[in-house]
Design a protein around this ligand. Structure first.
Ligand SMILES: Cc1cc2nc3c(=O)[nH]c(=O)nc-3n(C[C@H](O)[C@H](O)[C@H](O)COP(=O)(O)OP(=O)(O)OC[C@H]3O[C@@H](n4cnc5c(N)ncnc54)[C@H](O)[C@@H]3O)c2cc1C
Length: 418
């Protein structure tokens, strides 16, 4: 049985690894990147705390020694279910079983100027672009004499009150506190502001009240201006325009406010549900198909009794769906019954500032230093590769103890920098 997995994120790579060396199954992992990305730590790349290579790992290295598994570097363009083939930018691939694990893309809710003038935070490229943009702007500030222009260059607006927005805002505020005065001694009289805009009244709305309160309290203490209960209407002419009429002058608007499922041309529109996610049954089989499955963020399963509205788009859901589907595909080859998916919630967490995090476990929540240590452990261990774990720990220790990471290099081509 030839299983083609499109997307090697948390869902796809777990499925591929668990199908390794299963005799009856031939596996082809297709991805538009040649590396697996650990997205939860992207914001640390964007803020120069760790290297891009600490959180990304080549698929070919991950799949070494797995005799039944191959990697194909290509982007999915279309699925042709009636012919059992997919079309990629490099050619056509046939399958017996197709697994769609393409995740999500940034959602700008149809606002073109917002998309054009904001920076998303979904990929390594996005994180590096943010890093370069902020560093270039700081150099511009040192040369700029007009106060208003200086303000626009130094102000940073982050939209999205979820973990990504909160983590970024906390980290950038810390950098402003510890690093700016060391690296830019000429900027004694200039102050920039970090704004965090959230359409919900609470930050970390999907987490507990303890987590929300702690995030609001500590970000405010760090000097972050939290604008909650207001939406961003547009980003144009170097300002972010809010729904209450307020305008925030800035050249840096980071958009961490929403995602939508990755589009898959060739599948009928009516199988899409909330967030354009592909509707699947309790075994992750795409509705109306017999040999196509969808797992992870791209899928919408309402058959799990505990989650009738679908699962949250989290790494743990993706990992667990990938693992179970591997077992179920093996069951198919043995003519055995498949097991339906039931999500086991292991909790959620977010880092707020140096030495402070919030952790929600299924039965209780905790915050502070111990939460930060827990966060650190949970985020280091899943990193692919022993060297990556060690390098990340070293980078982190240096950054945290010295308050002075040394990765602040402007590496992009001038043409790419706005
Ligand atoms: C900045 C950020 C921080 C996050 N923090 C957390 C956190 O702290 N905790 C948590 O649980 N979750 C977090 N998440 C969410 C978590 O990363 C996702 O839930 C998880 O990655 C979903 O896994 P997936 O396999 O479905 O998709 P992904 O991990 O997104 O993988 C999709 C894969 O598909 C590939 N792909 C996409 N399009 C194509 C194409 N056309 N052709 C071929 N390949 C394609 C991509 O290259 C990628 O490898 C975060 C997400 C982001 C962006």
């Amino acid at each position: 049985m030839k299983v083609v997995i499109v997307g090697g994120g948390f869902a796809g790579i777990n499925l591929a690894k668990r199908l390794a060396n299963k005799k009856e199954i031939e596996v082809l992992l297709v991805d538009k990147h040649n590396y697996h990305l650990f997205a939860p730590l992207l914001y640390q790349v964007a803020t120069s705390f760790i290297e891009a290579s600490n959180i990304s790992y080549p698929f070919r290295k991950m799949l070494q020694g797995r005799k039944n598994t191959r990697f194909y570097h290509g982007a999915l363009q279309e699925v042709k279910p009636e012919e059992n083939i997919i079309v990629t930018d490099h050619g056509t691939i046939s399958y017996d079983v197709l697994v769609l694990a393409l995740g999500t893309v940034t959602n700008y809710f149809g606002l073109e100027s917002l998309e054009k003038n904001s920076m998303p935070m979904k990929t390594i490229d996005d994180a590096l672009r943010i890093r370069n943009h902020m560093l270039v702007n700081m150099e511009k500030v040192t040369r700029e004499t007009d106060e208003k222009e200086r303000e626009k260059l130094m102000n940073i607006v982050i939209t999205g009150g979820g973990p990504t927005g909160v983590e970024l805002a906390g980290m950038i505020a810390e950098m402003g506190k510890h690093i700016v005065k060391k690296d830019y001694p000429e900027l004694t009289s200039v102050r920039g502001n970090v704004y965090l805009v959230s359409s919900g009244e609470e930050l970390l709305g999907s987490m507990s009240e303890t987590a929300s309160t702690e995030a609001m309290h500590h970000l405010t203490k760090l000097g972050v201006h939290v604008k909650s209960g207001v939406a961003v209407k547009d980003c144009i002419d170097s300002k972010v325009i809010l729904s209450n009429g307020e305008e925030l002058p800035t050249q840096t608007h980071i958009w961490a406010a929403g995602v939508t499922a990755c589009p898959v041309p060739g599948l009928p529109e009516d199988i899409l549900g909330r967030g354009k996610r592909i509707q699947v049954d309790g075994f992750n089989k795409v509705k109306g198909t017999h040999n196509i499955y969808a797992i992870g963020d791209i899928s919408l399963m309402t058959a799990d009794e505990e989650y009738p509205e679908g699962h949250p788009q989290l790494a743990q859901v993706a990992i667990q769906q990938g693992s179970l589907l591997a077992k179920n595909l093996v069951s198919i080859t043995k003519n055995e019954e498949m097991k339906p998916f039931a999500y086991s919630n292991k909790g959620s967490m977010a880092i707020i500032s140096k030495y402070r995090a919030v952790v929600d476990l299924p039965k209780f929540s905790f915050t502070g230093y111990f939460a930060w240590l827990t966060w650190l452990m949970i985020h280091i261990f899943p990193l692919a590769g022993f060297t990556n774990k060690v390098k990340t720990i070293v980078n982190w220790m240096m950054s945290f103890f010295t308050n002075d990471p040394s990765l602040r290099l402007i590496l992009r081509d001038k043409a790419e920098l706005r």
